[in-house]
Each structure stands twice: as structure tokens, then as C-alpha cells.
Design a protein around this ligand. Structure first.
Ligand code: ADP
Length: 364
């Protein structure tokens, strides 16, 4: 096991494109760190630099205490699992698992012992004599994980390992990977574009966009304290509602004008109060998560909205609304839902509001 340390890591592709601008962070020994962001944000590039599959244009990369910028992949003591399982089709599961050990010249008994150990951990014993063609997608991915496992590497690198699987299997494998990580205690870096995977698996998450790190923190800290509008709307499903309008003051209260005659009362807490007051007469973006808005009786602090779409999904329902010209989504229990075309009134958890600058999109 080892910690991994990135200092001002940079990747400029030969055509001049900056794949990763300036990445600095430490991955603790035994941590499961997730790199997440939309397609093209540079997360695979960063992972491949750690793996040694991509040259490093600037900065320093350490695995343990060792500077590894120039160390070839096979000498970095890492194991990598890809989206495409890349199993050898003509070999059985056992042979696939043991191939690396065979190359290293281990004797048959030792190979069998280590393959048995990995197979037990991943519940692959009944499949050891099968060829990859006779396995399901999930089973193949488990063999790919097992192959990484037998390498007993210091660091595991996983590049979208579940993206070829269907939704149900993805969920099962996600739990499997979390369990495996707990058992092994190995440092893991996991790349995904799926924010649910990131939130459920990561001890900490690195959110990237356009080659730049946006924020690094625990899942809940990112969810509750996103540093900018991108992080706020990237994490969470349905995504955070955003309302934009000028700030005004009335009867001692701050309001956001979100449409003709539609005002949202703002109750910024603590330091935010002075900051929001600084936006009087100027436009501000307010964010409210779907679970922080509710249906209510019309009152002095509610806002009216029209129901556009009702989506019951079993245990809950999503209500798509139009409010003062903005689209909103509410997450509600699936009972007594209003109908399309109804006018409803919304209350909201004012203390759960997020405030962002209109220009910089940074959190106030
Ligand atoms: P992600 O894994 O987040 O989807 P990548 O790390 O694969 O993104 O790519 C980051 C950016 O670098 C993308 O815009 C991609 O087009 C670009 N890129 C990747 N490989 C090369 C290359 N060999 N030459 C130039 N640009 C590249």
C-alpha cells in the first residue's frame, strides 16, 4: 500500500491541447479516491499519467516516497482495470487470472494458490474453467478485477470499469468494489463520469472540468458546499434548481425577483447575509436542491408555480414545474400528487439555499 502524491501535474498533448492543466493533491494510503467529470474533462488522462501510460508534461508524481515521472508502468507497482476487460479469449478464467504470475516465473503450485485466493475473494471459483466467451459482462469484469488483484499492487487504478454493464449489474458491482476495497485496504483511484458512482464509492471525490480540478472533498461536503455552479449542478440527481434574478430589499427582507411579481425571500445565514446584501440591485443565482422545496398552502413566503410534468418513479416522484419563467424540479413522496396544469405553491428551506455570483459562478 502507498500514498500517491501529485504536484502541479500537467499534460499537454503533442497538438498543444492541455488535457490536464495543474493537478495537485495527495491520495492517502488506503484511500478510495474518485475522479469524476463530464466526458473530455481530463480524468482518464490524469489516471493514465499515474499509470505511466501517458507521459507527464510538467509537475511531479510520487507513489510512496518515490518520484515516478520517468518510471515505466511495469515498475510502478500499480494494477489497472479498464472499461474493456481485455481478457485473453483463448484462456480459461484460471489462466487469465494466473497469466501475469506465470510470466513472472512463479511455480504452478504458487500460481494455483494465488489464483484460488483471488477467485475466492471475487466468488469466481465455479467459473475457473470457463473461457471469457461463456461469461456474462459482470463476470468478465470480475475476472478483470481478479487479474488486478493477483498482482498485489500497491495502487489500483480503475478506468470506468463498470460503464459496459447494465444499470442493475453496475449497482451490484459497485457494492462489490466497495467491499473489495474494504477487504484489501489498497489505495484505489477510480475514474467515472457517473456522479452516482462517484458519490457512493468515493471517500473523497475530485471533480474536474476542462482539464482543471474544480473541487476535492468528501461526497457530502461537495453536495452541501459546492464551490461553484458547475460542481453544484453536476452532483445530485435530479440536479440542483437554479433561479436567477436581481436582489431587492423589502420590509427588511432580501428577495430575489424570479419573474413578473414573483419574489423569492432569501434568508442568508451568517457571513452570507452581508455578501448577498452586496448584490442589491444586481443579479444573483440562487440554487435549491429538489428535496429542499415543498408543496405548501399559499402564504406570504410561498411562490406560485405551474405543474408541467409529473414523474412517479415508485418510491418517490419528480414534479417538473414552471416558476416565474424558470424550470424547477421537486422530489416528493409519491402520494396526492398535483396534476399537469395545476397551479401549486412552493415553500423552500431558505437555510439550504446556495448563492452564486452570476459572472464568475463561484459560491458567495
Ligand atoms: P475524459 O477521460 O475525462 O473523458 P480524457 O482524459 O480522455 O477525458 O481527454 C481529455 C481531453 O484531452 C479531451 O478533450 C480529449 O479530446 C483530449 N485528448 C485525449 N487524448 C489526446 C491526444 N492524444 N491528443 C490530443 N488531445 C487528446
Amino acid at each position: 500500500m502507498a500514498k500517491v502524491s501529485l504536484q502541479h501535474l500537467r499534460k499537454v498533448y503533442p497538438n498543444g491541447y492541455v488535457g490536464v492543466a495543474d493537478a495537485s493533491f495527495d491520495i492517502a494510503d488506503g484511500e478510495l479516491l474518485v475522479l469524476v467529470g463530464p466526458s473530455g474533462c481530463g480524468k482518464s488522462t490524469l489516471l493514465r499519467m499515474i499509470a505511466g501510460l501517458e507521459t507527464i508534461s510538467g509537475g511531479e508524481l510520487r507513489i510512496g516516497e518515490r518520484l515516478v515521472n520517468e518510471v515505466p508502468p511495469k515498475d510502478r507497482d500499480i494494477a489497472m482495470v479498464f472499461q474493456s476487460y481485455a481478457l485473453y479469449p483463448h484462456m480459461t478464467v484460471a489462466e487469465n487470472l494466473g497469466f501475469g504470475l506465470k510470466l513472472r516465473g512463479l511455480d504452478k503450485a504458487e500460481i494455483a494458490r494465488q489464483v484460488g485466493e483471488a477467485a475466492a475473494m471475487l466468488e469466481l471459483q465455479p467459473l475457473l474453467d470457463r473461457k471469457p466467451a461463456a461469461l456474462s459482462g459482470g463476470q468478465r469484469q470480475r475476472v478483470a478485477l481478479g487479474r488486478a488483484l493477483v498482482r498485489k499492487a500497491q495502487v489500483f487504478l480503475l478506468d470506468e470499469p463498470l460503464s459496459n454493464l447494465d444499470a442493475k449489474l453496475r449497482m451490484t458491482m459497485r457494492v462489490e468494489i466497495a467491499r473489495l476495497h474494504r477487504q484489501l485496504g489498497t489505495t484505489m483511484v477510480y475514474v467515472t463520469h457517473d456522479q452516482v458512482e462517484a458519490m457512493t464509492l468515493g471517500h473523497r471525490i475530485v471533480v474536474m472540468k476542462d482539464g482543471k480540478i474544480q473541487q476535492i472533498d468528501t461526497p457530502m461536503a461537495l453536495y452541501n458546499q459546492p464551490v461553484n455552479l458547475f460542481v453544484a449542478t453536476f452532483l445530485g440527481s435530479p440536479k440542483m434548481n437554479t433561479l436567477t434574478g436581481p436582489v431587492s430589499e423589502r420590509d427588511g427582507d432580501l428577495h430575489l425577483r424570479i419573474g413578473e411579481g414573483v419574489d423569492l425571500r432569501l434568508r442568508p445565514q451568517g457571513e452570507a447575509l452581508e455578501k448577498v446584501r452586496g448584490y442589491l440591485g444586481r443579479e444573483l443565482i440562487v440554487g435549491l436542491r429538489p428535496e429542499d422545496m415543498h408543496l405548501a398552502e399559499a402564504g406570504p413566503h410561498t411562490v406560485p408555480a405551474q405543474v408541467e410534468v409529473v414523474e412517479p418513479v415508485g418510491n418517490e416522484a419528480f414534479l417538473n414545474l414552471s416558476c416565474g419563467g424558470s424550470d424547477l424540479v421537486l422530489r416528493l413522496p409519491p402520494f396526492d400528487l398535483p396534476k399537469v396544469g395545476d397551479t401549486v405553491h412552493l415553500s423552500y428551506a431558505a437555510e439550504r439555499m446556495h448563492f452564486f455570483d452570476r459572472e464568475s459562478e463561484l459560491r458567495l
